[in-house]
Write a new protein. Structure first.
Length: 151
């Protein structure tokens, strides 16, 4: 259990520290290339979801996040200790959801900063990455579990 708590806290604290650094050191909207033609940092304020969907609907995001945190907690609590990949995925999802929730509560928007320069893709942050990786881990864990039960 301690591993999951440490992992979640590292992601959550890292997300918040990086967001604070971006706000203090990167001009709003300006692109700062990190890896040419691959990755840049651009400080944006997102009051919606990906591609600014549902912009300005903060109460919707509050409610969805509270429900998601409850569901993730329940799934974690009821999972088997041996389901490590599944639990890591849930931990990543929880840390990601809470990272953006903190922004929404405190700032009324989410600080995003990572811009993929080689593709037209929404600017995102550490919390978004954790959430996405967590969903992938959970799906893989479920698929692997189904494969074992069918064999």
């Amino acid at each position: 259990m301690l591993l999951y708590i440490i992992l979640g806290l590292l992601i959550l604290v890292g997300d918040q520290l990086l967001k604070g650094w971006i706000v203090a050191n990167v001009s709003y909207g300006a692109l700062h290339t990190v890896i040419p033609n691959i990755l840049g940092l651009t400080y944006v304020q997102n009051d919606g979801a990906a591609w600014s969907m549902l912009a300005g609907q903060q109460w919707f995001f509050y409610i969805v996040t509270i429900i998601a945190v409850g569901v993730i907690g329940y799934l974690f609590y009821t999972s088997e200790r041996s389901e490590k990949l599944y639990r890591i995925g849930l931990t990543l999802m929880l840390a990601g959801a809470l990272g953006n929730f903190i922004d929404r509560l405190h700032l009324k928007y989410v600080v995003d900063m990572f811009q993929l320069e080689f593709i037209n893709f929404p600017i995102f942050n550490v919390a978004d990455t954790a959430l996405t990786c967590g969903v992938i881990c959970v799906f893989i864990a479920i698929l692997l579990k189904e494969k074992v039960t069918h064999d």
